[in-house]
Design a protein around this ligand. Sequence first.
Ligand SMILES: [Zn+2]
Length: 111
Amino acid sequence: MFDPVSVMFHCGGCHFCGEQGSLGFYLCNDQQTLIILCDECNTVYTAPEKIEQGIYSYLGSPPDYLIEGLDVSVVGGRDATRDEIKAAGWLHYIQGRLAYNGRRLWSTAAF
Ligand SMILES: [Zn+2]
């Protein structure tokens, strides 16, 4: 069995974990709230501007994984599409995208 390939748009490396992870755009379980989630250390930013400001949020405990300060969860969410990122007004923050299916398959700066 192979996991389906997902494509994650991201806005660069995560400063919090020494850029081991990428900061991906993620749609939460309410299907409305966009966040930025590190695919390595699960640090959450509620807006791209908060990255520069260094204002991050914690991901809550299992099984709910509620985001600190927001009443939404990453459980049942998914990677945001380019259109969803555009609708949030964050299109110019996209720095690249990467594909994965449990492990990283490819990554490109182009979109
Ligand atoms: Zn990180």
